[in-house]
Design a protein around this ligand. Structure first.
Ligand SMILES: [Mn+2]
Length: 384
């Protein structure tokens, strides 16, 4: 009879998203709990025998007690069997997030694999062979013991581990928690459920990274899935169905601007919305801006960026636009007195100051001067 599991990993509950200020950061934090609730619904709807979480359930050992309580409450009330594996972020240290969780008295349906003892599931038709990490960074293969791990005759063997499969990282780098690429074959596993990599990947026969169910960074495009895995034993390869669970898309864009008309600059920034993979409010965008604009153009760019930022969940700007005032703009600021001298001084500073910071201050002050000048000129025009 088929054994059916949901394979997920890298929930990173309690991930602070420190780089994302304000409400957007809060929404992304809350989303990580919400996606677990959706995984629970999927587990019920697909009638799985267990949900296997292949490590990094929690973002750190120091997540708050309230989050532990919320997590337990959610998993307990969802029902079904949950097997949680300590990963590198939540390693099974002598005192850890797991010992704190244990003191809260989790129900028997929430099992933390603190050791490598085989855990029977599906009325004993399958066993889960866990390889919990006891350290954040170990140099030996945590799955080595699976080769000799016993299991009842005829039972389906499912490995559960967290680490880096050989070859995924450049050979020159030190690889922590390395996992042999042929572990499933060597250990006679019907399936090896892996965590650590946040993107979904079939990395070897019968061996998958589920990826994180909710994207949390720019690195992996194929994040935001859980895997429904159906196992009939050695006779047939596992049937894997990736199920989309992610809500937020993390998108990197680069825009090279030149001194164009303000409307054209604004149009180029507005056009970024067309290429997004989802509605803007479901996108976190990192935008690199390169090139140069004049003072009027800078104003148009800032206004367009403000509109874009308001539409997106979050806009992270890496702004390296060089401010290049036109001769006309500098002439307009030159009143033959203090203002003109100030504008020339600021322009010089924006171009030639020794540090990035000083140049940025010069450019910002020049922009403000221009804005104020433009505002006053428009007011005079209107009152005439
Ligand atoms: Mn992780």
């Amino acid at each position: 009879m088929t054994v059916r599991i949901l394979h997920t990993s890298d929930w990173h509950l309690g991930c602070p998203f420190k780089q994302i200020p304000g409400d957007a950061g809060g929404v992304l934090r809350e989303r990580r709990i919400e996606v677990v609730r959706e995984i629970a619904s999927l587990a019920r709807a697909r009638r799985v025998d267990a949900v296997l979480v292949a490590g990094d359930v929690f973002d750190s050992q120091h997540v708050g007690d309230a989050l532990l309580d919320r997590t337990l409450e959610l998993l307990a009330s969802a029902g079904g069997l949950w097997i949680l594996l300590p990963g590198n972020h939540d390693a099974a240290l002598a005192e850890s997030v797991w010992t704190r969780l244990a003191r809260r008295g989790p129900p028997p349906t929430v099992r933390v694999a603190l050791g490598s003892e085989p855990l029977p599931i599906a009325e004993g038709r399958a066993v889960v062979l866990p390889a919990p990490l006891a350290d954040r960074r170990a140099l030996d293969d945590p799955t080595a013991g699976m080769d000799t791990a016993p299991s009842p005759a005829g039972a389906i063997r499912i490995g559960l581990a967290h680490g880096v499969v050989e070859g995924l990282q450049p050979a020159a780098e030190t690889v922590f928690n390395p996992i042999a690429r042929d572990r499933a074959a060597r250990a006679g596993l019907d399936y090896l459920a892996l965590g650590d990599r946040h993107g979904t990947l079939e990395v070897a026969p019968r061996t998958w990274y589920s990826g994180t169910p909710e994207p949390d960074g720019f690195r992996f495009r194929e994040a935001g899935f859980v895997l429904l895995v159906e196992l009939d034993g050695q006779a047939a390869p596992p049937r894997i169905e990736p199920i989309a669970t992610g809500r937020y898309h993390w998108v990197e864009r680069r825009l090279e601007l030149a001194p164009l008309a303000p409307a054209e600059l604004a149009a180029r920034i507005d056009a970024l919305r067309q290429g997004l993979p989802a509605a803007p409010e479901h996108c976190v965008v990192r935008l690199e801006l390169e090139g140069s604009v004049d003072l009027e153009g800078r104003g148009a760019v800032d206004a367009a960026l403000a509109r874009l930022g308001a539409a997106l969940r979050h806009l992270d700007r890496e702004d390296r636009l060089v401010l290049q005032p036109t001769a006309l703009e500098l002439a307009a600021l030159d009143d033959g007195g203090a203002l003109g001298a100030c504008a020339r001084d600021l322009f010089e500073r924006a171009e030639q100051a020794p540090t990035d910071e000083e140049r940025a201050v010069g450019a910002l002050a020049l922009r403000l001067l221009w804005q104020e000048h433009a505002r006053l000129a428009a007011g005079e025009g209107a009152s005439r």
